[in-house]
Design a protein around this ligand. Structure first.
Ligand code: BTN
Length: 267
C-alpha cells in the first residue's frame, strides 16, 4: 500500500487508508474492536485515522461530505476522555480552535470559527468538524472528532461556490497536507490538556472568542419551534453561544439542534 502521509509527525498511532467509507466510521469500528483497550496489541489513549479519499464522508445533520482523492484532509481522532457525556460537544470547539491555531502556525493564515465548529476563511467554509460518541451505559466509551479540511481543492460544485473554499483557492499555492495535520494535532494536544484541567472551556474561552467570526455580529438563532435575532457576544465555559437580544436579555445557546446564521452572509 502506498502511504500518502509519510512525513506526518503525531504522537499517537496512525491508521491510514487510501480509500475508506468514512474515517469517523472506521474510528468507531476500531473503538468497537477495542483498539484503545490494548486489544490490537498495544496500549494507547488516542488514535488518528486518516484517508486519502472517502466514499461515504459524513457531515453534520446527516449531510454528505464530498471527499475526492488526493486533495484534502479527512481525519478522525479517537479518544477516550474521562468526562461526562454532556461535555463531549465541547471537544468540537477545542478541535475548531486547534485547527485555527495549526493553520496559523503552519501557513500564517488567519482563519476564524463560525460557532460552534465551522472554520472559515474570507467568510467561506474551509473546515468542517463532526464529533460522535460511543456510550457504555451512562458513560462515554469513546469519542471521535472528525475533521474535513479543504486543502488543494481547485473548484467546488455550483451550489457550494459561494459558501466553501480551500487553502489553494485562498493562498494561491498547493499546501502540504502532512504538515497541516501535524500542526493541528500539536495544537489539539496542548488545548486538550487545558480542557482536561477544568473539563470545560474556561481556559480556552478567551482565545476562542478572539477567533470567533460571529463575535459581536448580528445572528439569527433557529431552534426547533423558536427563532430569534440578537448579537453574539461570546461563549460561556460550557461552550454555549451567548446571544444578547434587543430587550437586553441574554440567551445561552447550546449547539445541539440549533442553527445560527449571520444576518447578512453565511457567517
Ligand atoms: C460538517 O458538516 O461541517 C462536518 C464535516 C466533517 C467531515 C469529516 S471528513 C473526516 C471525517 N469523516 C467523516 O465522514 N466526516 C468527518
Amino acid at each position: 500500500m502506498k502511504y500518502c502521509f509519510e512525513n506526518i509527525k503525531v504522537d499517537c498511532p496512525v491508521y491510514y487508508y487510501d480509500v475508506i467509507d468514512s474515517t469517523n466510521t472506521e474510528a468507531k469500528r476500531l473503538a468497537e474492536k477495542g483498539v484503545l483497550s490494548g486489544a490490537l496489541g498495544y496500549e494507547t489513549d488516542k488514535i488518528l485515522v486518516l484517508a486519502d479519499a472517502q466514499t461515504g464522508g459524513r457531515g453534520r445533520r446527516g449531510r454528505t461530505w464530498k471527499s475526492p482523492t488526493g486533495t484534502s484532509v479527512y481525519m478522525s481522532l479517537l479518544l477516550r476522555p474521562e468526562i461526562s457525556p454532556d461535555r463531549a460537544s465541547m471537544l468540537t470547539l477545542v478541535m475548531g480552535l486547534s485547527v485555527v491555531e495549526g493553520l496559523e502556525q503552519e501557513l500564517g493564515v488567519k482563519t476564524q470559527i463560525k460557532w460552534p465548529n465551522d472554520v472559515v476563511l474570507n467568510k467561506k467554509k474551509l473546515v468542517g468538524i463532526l464529533t460522535e460518541m460511543g456510550m457504555q451505559g451512562m458513560e462515554i466509551d469513546y469519542l471521535v472528532i472528525g475533521v474535513g479540511m479543504n486543502v488543494n481543492v481547485v473548484d467546488f460544485p455550483e451550489e457550494l461556490v459561494d459558501k466553501a473554499t480551500s487553502l489553494l483557492i485562498e493562498c494561491g499555492h498547493l499546501v502540504e497536507r502532512e504538515k497541516l495535520i501535524s500542526a493541528v494535532m500539536d495544537a489539539f494536544d496542548r488545548n486538550y490538556q487545558v480542557f482536561l484541567k477544568t473539563q470545560d472551556l474556561a481556559g480556552l474561552r478567551e482565545r476562542y472568542e478572539q477567533v470567533m467570526a460571529n463575535q459581536n455580529q448580528p445572528v439569527r438563532v433557529l431552534e426547533p419551534g423558536n427563532e430569534y435575532e440578537g448579537t453574539a457576544v461570546g461563549i460561556n465555559a460550557m461552550g454555549e453561544l451567548l446571544v444578547e437580544k434587543e430587550d437586553g436579555t441574554c440567551e445561552a445557546v447550546y449547539a445541539g439542534e440549533v442553527s445560527v446564521r449571520g444576518l447578512y452572509s453565511y457567517v
